[in-house]
Design a protein around this ligand. Structure first.
Ligand SMILES: [Zn+2]
Length: 887
């Protein structure tokens, strides 16, 4: 799974919902003798599923779906009750067939997370049995379980089961440690397309007015990877030709809601190429007999269902003229989900405590293979940016290690955050770089082939890597990074060829670092010389031959920050324009961390921004300027300092703008190098708020007017954000309402969210109030949740948004969408910057979000607000003076 919004995950287990108490078996009520036996996490192995037969009737336009499900199990011992999963299912019949006898059973959901006790009227013998269920359930409106949505006057349904929402669609042993074949039948209204993990067998036959779609049995799968989609999908078909690893062609199809029909070819061609690259990497053919790539408007990201992946529309619906960012996301996310087909689907984590490895590896290979697919897009630069961003989160005291015990269902979804993806991915990249690409790949291949169609743990993966490396120290190194929180800070002193390094934990100014120690795979570069070590002492000295200053993080792939002597910083800054892109990003990250710790200076950062401005890698060119801008946005910099910063940026960027040019029309730059296109976006963004950006603002605003009047060629989607903001900036509330109407009437996967976001960011209180109260059936729950974030992004409406959140939090948490809201709220709250606000947020929200998926994020937000305030209190005046001096 990949969440485009980091914390948008929803724990099905925690969703407020009614537990059906109805006894469904024909006999009288039974007494549950011992609830202490109820497994709130792993199910145990008393009953082990062998195979499933799902026969579901799915009409996406209806309110409910129904099913007949048979599960073959093996009972380890004679028993009169077992536990399995089902959430919100209305079960009308439950029986067990064992030893030729049919035994009635009582279905009782015992826990909101969907733990069910199934009690048999007679004791069943050990050995084989078949459990049979008839039931129905409501479709969800949000992407959890079986969900449906009306798009352009037609209804579609999809499934999203990770982590524990398969149980909301059918009775199951919903635990990733069980992998079995699934034989699936879908009964749908005639004329609809049905998609599942395996290929459909023949054409659907008609029965009782419905079309009956039968699918081939799947290879062994855990429940969370099962998929069932139904609707009038538009479809584009192709195939990946046979190759040395695969004797027959692999059928590939792109399936999307109908209005996207004309824009699916880019996804088809890209998918075929990415499949080929992944097969080469793993040295194994695509593990499943066909591949569907399906889209929905409302998934927050993408999901790796075996052979039937699901994506949010904008990830797959694009073309060669689409914004560079969108093409880059396509490459990275498709390679991520398809990488999971081997790492996750073919070999599955035994339990959710190892889901970090699944996601960390997929994150890394998404960038690695995305970059191999289109090297011109600069996808690897995104990988490093994501890692450094995760360091910001990991540097807080509130947090968690990458890998943590998961004892209960309610803890599972906390594992899907920036620590798992960003930090986990960076750690995998660090090990891959330390070992070298080929050795690392060899370790991956060994791990996959040893566990294919089965389950495995992190330790199995560590062992495979240590084995190919011939270096057992890799195991404690990986453990030290995944089993403890925090970012290592390496304080370095270079004297000639000798570098002395001391490790401690990084913290910002005014925060004492807890005692921590890591085993660090460390790579230095000095000129052409690259030297790698395994640092396992608090302080160690290393000898690095060569000339000039040592760069402490070769390639920028290490998960650590460094602190240098003033002279060493100066040397690196002076030559920053010649650093490889990844190292330039690492230098910015470490220097910025030093500034926020009260050691580095804004002046040094300004010099670095100057030096990097012409760097050929846009990620590097932009990094220092972006860090300074962030401090301005936080409100630490006073009006004098802000004015100087605007002049500083004009000085840096005006000449570049002349060289790059600007034309907002669609596709004008479609043929140029993507790095150049991305750089133009950065230059325009930097200048648009300055005194000399007047002409840019006028061009943008005029283009928006023309676009909204129907001239689609007037404004490239690359500029939607700026242009729509400016369009609304000059107009009144009526214009903002008009834009919202245009958004809701549109199914364009890029325009619609951009227009709604712009409407939330006007900084106008009346508009904010209108949006928060907006009740329009076309407005989706996921879209409503974004409004508050946009409103609080603007200083002028931040406090208004806060007061609204305080007075509505109870109702919102109690709503059917409450857990999504809880997960999203802390990000909006984290935009304040003072100790007083930190205390106020803690007072108003700590109790409210306790036990929700937003609990840890809230602690992080409070700490961010407090740290920002501490920095302002301790150094605000000095920082402001330094900004004034920027040249
Ligand atoms: Zn994933």
């Amino acid at each position: 799974m990949l969440f485009a919004l980091l914390i948008a995950t929803l724990p099905g287990s925690l969703r407020a919902q009614e537990i059906p108490e109805a006894e469904t078996a024909p006999t009288a009520e039974i007494t549950v003798s011992s609830d202490r036996q109820m497994p709130l996490g792993q199910l145990g192995r008393k009953a082990v599923p062998q195979s499933y037969r799902l026969d579901l009737t799915v009409d996406p336009a209806a309110a409910r779906f129904s099913g007949h499900v048979e599960i073959d199990v093996v009972l380890a011992e004679p028993t009169d009750a077992i536990y399995l999963h089902g959430r919100g299912l209305s079960v009308s019949r439950a029986v067990a067939v064992a030893a030729g006898r049919t035994v009635p059973a009582h279905w009782l959901q015992r826990d909101p997370s969907g733990v069910v006790r199934l009690a048999f009227e007679e004791r069943l013998p050990a050995g084989e049995a078949t459990l049979v269920f008839d039931y129905d359930a409501a479709f969800a409106d949000s992407p959890t379980g079986m969900f449906h949505l009306e798009v352009d006057h037609e209804w579609y349904s999809w499934t999203q089961f990770q982590s524990i929402d398969a149980r909301a669609a059918f009775p199951s042993f919903d635990d990733p440690g069980f992998k079995t074949p699934f034989s699936i039948t879908l009964r749908t209204p005639p004329g609809l397309t049905a998609i599942s993990n395996a290929a459909e067998l023949g054409t659907p036959r008609r029965e009782g007015g419905l079309a009956v779609h039968r699918f081939a049995p799947t290879l062994p799968l855990p429940t969370y990877l099962v998929a069932m989609m139904v609707g009038p999908f538009a479809r584009l078909e192709g195939q990946v030709p046979p190759n040395a690893l695969r004797p027959s062609a692999l059928p590939v199809r792109i399936d999307s809601t109908r209005q996207n029909a004309e824009r699916l070819d880019f996804a088809l061609q890209g998918t075929k190429q990415i499949v080929g690259l992944l097969e080469n990497y793993f040295g194994e053919p695509f593990p499943f007999p066909k591949l569907d790539q399906v889209t929905t408007p409302i998934l927050p990201g993408a999901m790796e269902n075996a052979g039937a992946d699901l994506y949010r529309d904008d990830i797959l619906v694009l073309d060669e003229r689409s914004p560079v960012v969108q093409q880059r996301d396509f490459g990275m996310i498709v390679a991520h989900e398809l990488g999971h087909q081997w790492f996750g689907d073919l070999v599955t984590p035994q339990w959710w405590d190892d889901i970090w490895l699944n996601e960390a590896f997929a994150n890394w290979i998404g960038y690695r293979i995305g970059d191999a697919w289109r090297p011109d897009l600069g996808i690897m630069g995104d990988a490093l940016s994501e890692g450094y961003q995760a360091m910001e989160t990991d540097a807080l005291l509130a947090g968690r290690p990458v890998r943590q015990e998961i004892a209960a269902n309610s803890q599972i979804d906390s594992a899907f955050d920036s620590i798992t993806y960003g930090k986990g991915g960076h750690i995998v990249g660090m090990i891959a770089a330390w070992l070298g690409d080929e050795k690392f790949r060899e370790g991956v291949r060994r791990y996959i082939s040893a566990h294919r169609f089965g389950s495995a743990t992190s330790d199995d993966f560590f062992a495979a890597l240590a084995d190919v490396a011939g270096d057992p120290r890799l195991v404690p190194a990986m453990r030290s990074f995944v089993e403890q929180q925090g970012v290592p800070l390496l304080a370095m002193r270079q004297q000639g060829d000798k570098v002395t390094v001391t490790q401690l934990r990084y913290t910002t100014a005014g925060v004492a670092p807890p005692d921590s120690q890591w085993v660090i795979p460390l790579c230095f570069r000095r000129g052409e010389t690259r030297r790698c070590f395994m640092m396992d002492q608090r302080t160690e000295a290393f000898v690095i031959d060569g000339h000039g200053a040592v760069f402490p993080n070769a390639g920028g792939t290490g998960y650590y920050r460094f602190e240098l002597t003033a002279r060493h910083w100066d040397e690196l800054i002076a030559n920053a324009d010649a650093l490889p892109g990844g190292e330039a990003q690492a230098l910015v990250d470490s220097l910025w961390a030093s500034v926020r710790a009260g050691r580095g200076t804004i002046g040094e950062m300004g010099r670095l921004a100057h030096k990097l401005i012409r760097h050929p890698d846009p990620h590097a060119a932009d990094a220092a300027d972006e860090a300074l801008s962030q401090m301005v946005r936080e409100g630490i910099v006073g009006s004098q300092g802000r004015r100087s910063f605007r002049l500083f940026r004009e000085h840096l960027y005006m000449r570049l703008l002349k060289r790059y040019g600007f034309d907002p029309r669609t596709g004008v730059y479609a043929q140029e190098n993507p790095a150049r296109t991305q750089r133009r976006v950065q230059i325009v963004s930097a200048l648009i708020g300055t005194g000399r950006g007047r002409k840019l603002r006028k061009q943008m605003s005029d283009a928006a007017v023309a676009y909204l009047a129907g001239d689609k060629a007037a404004l490239d989607p690359t500029w939607f954000d700026h242009a729509l903001d400016l369009y609304l900036f000059e107009r009144d509330e009526a214009a903002a309402r008009g834009l919202v109407e245009k958004a809701l009437a549109s199914e364009d996967p890029v325009f619609r969210p951009a227009a709604l976001a712009a409407a939330a960011r006007t900084g106008d209180k009346a508009m904010a109030q209108w949006l928060l109260a907006l009740d329009d059936p076309r407005l989706r729950e996921s879209e409503k949740r974004e409004f508050l974030d946009g409103i609080m992004a603007r200083k002028a409406t931040r406090e208004f948004g806060y007061d609204w959140a305080v007075s509505h939090v109870d109702d919102l948490l109690a709503s059917s969408d409450g857990q999504f809201f809880a997960a999203r709220l802390p990000q909006a709250l984290g935009r304040f910057c003072s100790v007083a606000w930190a205390n106020r947020i803690a007072r108003d929200f700590t109790d409210k979000l306790a036990g929700t998926p937003g609990a840890l994020e809230l602690y992080r937000a409070i700490e961010r607000v407090r740290n920002c305030g501490l920095l302002d209190d301790m150094m605000g005046t000095q920082i402001d003076e330094e900004f004034v001096k920027l040249r």
